[in-house]
Write a protein that binds this ligand. Sequence first.
Ligand SMILES: CC(C)(COP(=O)(O)OP(=O)(O)OC[C@H]1O[C@@H](n2cnc3c(N)ncnc32)[C@H](O)[C@@H]1OP(=O)(O)O)[C@@H](O)C(=O)NCCC(=O)NCCS
Length: 160
Amino acid sequence: MPVSRERFSIKVYDPGDAQATIDIFLRAIREIASRDYNPAQIAAWAKIDDTQVWGQYRASRPTWLAMDGPTPIGFTDLKADGCLDMMFVDPDYQGRGVASLLLATVEQAARKQGLSRIFTEASLTARPFFERNGFLVVTTQQVQKRGQTFINFLMEKSLR
Ligand SMILES: CC(C)(COP(=O)(O)OP(=O)(O)OC[C@H]1O[C@@H](n2cnc3c(N)ncnc32)[C@H](O)[C@@H]1OP(=O)(O)O)[C@@H](O)C(=O)NCCC(=O)NCCS
């Protein structure tokens, strides 16, 4: 049974969704995360080197899309070790519970797999969202991406 809240629903990723996830990823960074990172950082982050490789990554772990009817409006995933790698919501749907719905889906899957915790590397932009949802900051870190240095936060949530 698909999980749903309000009128949004959850759909399991399939290969035909690659471009939709790319569009959401790029817009969420350029229009939302750009509040917290400078233009050079945004340009380095909002880049897809190879769409095929992107699709392979999305298909290599459980990935879910949030849907408004037939329209993809956000996506997330869960790697086997408990890493939530991606959490991006369409700029037109911010603050409407889309990421919360996606996170609930991840947590449900993680519990089913017997994981005791999930963790993520949260952007400055996403940290308040994850804190609001029970994640704690483990450490602040600086990571390199295409020659730019980014501050982000290793955060985790216990599922016990
Ligand atoms: C972070 C992000 C995924 C949140 O998505 P969203 O759908 O707007 O989040 P929700 O509406 O489900 O928010 C859930 C809760 O977190 C809070 N929250 C979300 N973003 C917040 C922010 N920037 N500051 C404070 N609180 C925030 C909401 O107020 C809400 O609290 P409530 O339940 O009391 O109303 C979205 O802003 C995004 O795509 N950001 C840009 C991309 C990015 O940085 N992704 C993360 C990469 S690690």
